[in-house]
Design a binder for this molecule. Sequence first.
Ligand code: PEP
Length: 251
Amino acid sequence: MRKKIVAGNWKMNTTVAEGVALAKAVVERSAEVPEGVDLIVAPPFTHLVSVAEVLKGSKVGLSAQNCANKAKGAYTGEVSVDMLVSAGCGWTILGHSERRQYYGETDALLVEKVRLALDAGLGVILCVGENLDEREAGRHFEVVTEQTKAVLFNFTAEEMAKIVIAYEPVWAIGTGKTATAAQAEEIHECIRKVLAQKFGQAVADDTTILYGGSCKPSNAKELFAQPDIDGGLIGGAALKADDFIGIALSF
Ligand code: PEP
């Protein structure tokens, strides 16, 4: 079912103590967020067990920011999907542009990660988005279409029910430059059309598609008012409970 979701990607920020305090503040203020708007936080791996404890019994879900592309074994430094589930995660973000850009993650690798995550029972927030050069060359529809197809066309219509897409134009992430509501909406509409070609209109209509890139309380309302924008994946503004909840109150 298509949902309204506001998810906070904390990236490599906060100590464990700071993360626990932030999670507590989010839980406290989550009572203000209306029924039907789901909240998710994605702290660093080291924080997951402690933050899971804070979120217990609340309406705030827990996500990782990444997972390994192997199930278990001799992969030093990696974190498996089973570890995430055992730490209390219900979700993992995959394919964030920072993973693609700095750690060389490809669509083929992401297919492996999505497969493992779904099989472990995790929901997936899959990020797609064009960089500045691609946008300036007018290739944004093409790039996002290709990323969507290359990863998601390996899964079934039933599996799509556990996958959320986050459209994050790379030029808007952490730059203060938000895509206009119209720029975001036309890409979201395009993603839904691509999904409809493969999985049918009902699946496309049921898929939750988030916008991410310098989303804040002051611009969330206009973005979330678009017919194909179902919420946000929030970076910087997710590090302050007031801003994060302010965004969730923008529907
Ligand atoms: C992100 O990296 O997922 C993101 C949307 O970051 P920011 O909100 O800081 O642009």
